[in-house]
Ligand binder design. Sequence first.
Ligand code: ADP
Length: 476
Amino acid sequence: MKGRVLSVASECVPLVKTGGLADVVGALPAALAGQGWEMRVLLPAYRALRARSKGWPVVWREASLWSGEGRVLAGEVDGLSVLLLDAPHLFDREGGPYGGPAGDWPDNPQRYAALSWVAAALARDGVAGWKPDVLHAHDWQAGLAPAYLAYHGSGGCRSVMTVHNIAFQGWARAAMLGDLRLPASAFHPGALEYYGGLSTLKAGLVTADRITTVSPRYAEELMRPEFGMGLEGVIAARAGVVSGILNGVDLSVWSPGVEGANPYSARDMAGKAAARSGLSNEFGVDVPGPLAIVVSRLTDQKGIDLLPAVVPELVAAGGGLIVLGSGDPGLEAAVTDLAARFPGRVAAKIGYDEGLSHRLFQGADAVLVPSRFEPCGLTQMYGLRYGTLPVVAATGGLADTVIGATPASLAAGVATGIVFHPTDALAFGQALRQMVRLHADRKAWSRMQAAAMAQPLGWEASAAAYAALYAGLKKG
Ligand code: ADP
């Protein structure tokens, strides 16, 4: 065993998930075990998790953890070593992790300060004889964990802060400094102060030994005002310890070779043609050109607002589109409207449907991801895996995972999709024209599909990069 890592987060598959953060936190322990690193995950015992942890031994307790008792329970779920912070006054509530029907919980600063406080305590002192070398904190909910190590003693434990999405920064009022167990001396712009208040994410960014985010390109982008959302200067000031490590894909879940009625592989694509026919029937969309899909939250971040400007030309050129997504009501309406305007060419399904998303990736020719920013992005990677060529904006993880078709990349046989810049209707429209042209050249398209499907996308490379990061920290 090379070392031990305590990972602290607010979500983790298969226990609690609202977004991609949970997938990463849940996938890392198994992937790191293959690299010789032992990882345990500390999570809050939300109401649903309390039921699952009945009978687990108590391995740590504090009588007054923000005005109630906090206990840590240790157990195992699907091979994952889990530590649950059981503090009913903070986490045993009806609703989601961050809020109920009336919106965010007003005591979120204290709730996640408690999680971070306990993470730091376990990292510093060890738990039931298990002493971590590294504390790995994810997003604003765990941002205070490295800060507590910095201000209350680290016990030799080093720290990593990972940014999954800089848009969420963990805001708290300046008056809460003491209540959050933070020293008054740290309240200045070089440390915890953030526009007159506190940001728990900033606290992690200024105190952690290393900062990572989920793609190399996003790591660079975060140092620029267009992407850093106010924290660009903080990250740029620490550029020497910032790195980007791409997320992996769960290859057992996203696997065209074994799933559905029409499995296929790069060597035999007949199943994909059959899946395409099935999709055409299911949605009543029948087009001679490329059949594209969008599987996404419908938000401005994802560039969905650009679709009404570019889809008419795509349809005129013989292409089609199926959209699966939900989100902004205005964008839902815009997408539904497109389907009504172009029957037989465009279809839309408003909602979240994992099974349908698999069928879409199996049957479609291309997946469109016109994001304005994209920390890593998963759907372009699913597209690569399924030979459903990604048409993506040149940002964040999209730029890091797709090799755009150019005369040079096509001649070399390495192109895996179409990449456009900037994220506007003009560039997106040009990318779609290029998609239609390339699709008509069956040889070129097949070659791109083969290159896309050959790209390694599992967790091995990411786990090796995290392992190297931890090893560097452990050496000192
Ligand atoms: P983000 O986390 O910003 O939403 P990602 O691309 O990293 O974007 O991850 C989105 C994940 O959610 C992907 O697995 C995608 O397939 C899935 N997804 C998004 N919208 C839907 C939907 N409407 N139905 C099914 N899956 C969806």
